[in-house]
Design a protein around this ligand. Structure first.
Ligand SMILES: NC(=O)c1ccc[n+]([C@@H]2O[C@H](COP(=O)([O-])OP(=O)(O)OC[C@H]3O[C@@H](n4cnc5c(N)ncnc54)[C@H](O)[C@@H]3O)[C@@H](O)[C@H]2O)c1
Length: 276
C-alpha cells in the first residue's frame, strides 16, 4: 500500500460512543474530517443533537443518537441503525466513560495531599461502584460485542477502547472503581484482540493521561487545576482533545493494520516520571 493510502478512511462507516463531548467528540471529528461516515452516540441527548448538528453544518456525513452504553439492548439497536444508515461498519470507538467521584486523598500527584474520608474505601457505596463498572467496563463489553456481531461476517474491522493511564497506575485522588474498570477494560481488550485476530479485526486501546474535557464535572477546565497539572507534565502542558486526533486516526486506519492487542499511552510523558 502506498503511504498516501495508509491513513485513508474516506467512505468508511464509523461509530463512537461518548461522542457528545471531550475525547469522543474529538475522535468523531477526526474521523468525519477524514471522510468517514460517523454515528455519534451519547447518553446526553441535548449534547449529541447539538454536536451532530454542528458537524452536519460543516458538511460532514454524521448522524447522532442518544444511547446509554449500559443499556445493552438499546446499544445493539443503535449499531443496527448505524449500519442501516451508513451501509457499513468499519471502525468502532468504545469511548464512553464517567468519573468515579473522589478518591481517598485530595490533590494530585506531586501536590499537597490530605486524606479524604468521603473517598475512603469504607465510604464507597454499592451504587457508585456498580455505576462506574456498568459504564466504564460493562459499556466496553457491550460495545465490542455489538461490533463483533457485525464485523465477524465481513472479516474486517478496527475496534478502539478508551482506557486511561489509570488502567495501570493507581491515582488516589480518583475513586478506585475507576482504576478497576479501566484495568478490566484494558485486559478485556487484549482478550478480544486475541479472539478476533483471525477475523482480520484489530482491537487496541488509547490510554490518555490528563486531558481538558467535561469529565468529573469539568474540573479540568479550571485554569488553576490546569496550571497545577501542567507542572507535573514533562511536556509542561496538559492534554487537549485535539491531541487525541492523530492517534485515533492511526488506530482507525490501514496504517495500524498489523497492530492489535496494544494499549497506547498518550500523556505528554506524565507516566514517565517527574522531569523539571
Ligand atoms: N479527560 C481525561 O483526562 C481522561 C483521562 C483518561 C481517560 N479518559 C477517558 O476518556 C473517555 C472520554 O472521557 P472525556 O474525558 O472525554 O469526558 P467527557 O465527560 O468530556 O465526555 C464523555 C462523554 O461520554 C458520555 N457518557 C457518559 N456516560 C455515558 C453512557 N452511560 N452512555 C453513553 N455516553 C455516556 C457523556 O455524556 C460525555 O458526553 C472516558 O472513557 C474517560 O474515562 C479521560
Amino acid at each position: 500500500m502506498k503511504c498516501a493510502e495508509l491513513f485513508n478512511i474516506a467512505g468508511q462507516g464509523a461509530l463512537v460512543t461518548g461522542a457528545g463531548s471531550g475525547l469522543g467528540l474529538a475522535i468523531a471529528e477526526a474521523l468525519a474530517e477524514s471522510g468517514a461516515r460517523v454515528t455519534l452516540l451519547d447518553v446526553d441527548a441535548g449534547r449529541i443533537a447539538a454536536e451532530t448538528g454542528r458537524l452536519e453544518g460543516l458538511g460532514y456525513a454524521v448522524r447522532g443518537a442518544a444511547v446509554d452504553v449500559s443499556d445493552h439492548v438499546a446499544l445493539e439497536r443503535a449499531f443496527d441503525a448505524a449500519v442501516a444508515a451508513h451501509g457499513r461498519l468499519d471502525v468502532v470507538f468504545a469511548n464512553a466513560g464517567i468519573d468515579s467521584g473522589p478518591g481517598f486523598v485530595t490533590g494530585w500527584s506531586g501536590s499537597q495531599r490530605t486524606r479524604n474520608p468521603a473517598g475512603a474505601l469504607e465510604s464507597y457505596s454499592d451504587e457508585r461502584w456498580n455505576r462506574v463498572i456498568d459504564v466504564n467496563l460493562g459499556g466496553v463489553f457491550a460495545t465490542l460485542r455489538a461490533a463483533a456481531r457485525l464485523m465477524k461476517p465481513q472479516r474486517s474491522g478496527k475496534l478502539i477502547v478508551t482506557t486511561s493511564v489509570a488502567a495501570y497506575q493507581c491515582e488516589p485522588a480518583i475513586g478506585s472503581a475507576y482504576m478497576a474498570a479501566k484495568a478490566g477494560a484494558a485486559h478485556f481488550m487484549r482478550c478480544v484482540a486475541l479472539e478476533l485476530a483471525a477475523f482480520n479485526i484489530t482491537v487496541n486501546a488509547i490510554a490518555p493521561g490528563f486531558f481538558v474535557t467535561n469529565i468529573g464535572g469539568g474540573h479540568a477546565k479550571n485554569p488553576d487545576v490546569q496550571a497545577a497539572m501542567a507542572k507535573l507534565m514533562p511536556m509542561h502542558r496538559v492534554g487537549l482533545p485535539d491531541d487525541i486526533k492523530g492517534l485515533a486516526l492511526f488506530l482507525a486506519s490501514p496504517a495500524s493494520a498489523y497492530l492489535t492487542g496494544q494499549q497506547i499511552t498518550i500523556d505528554g510523558g506524565w507516566t514517565l516520571g517527574m522531569a523539571d
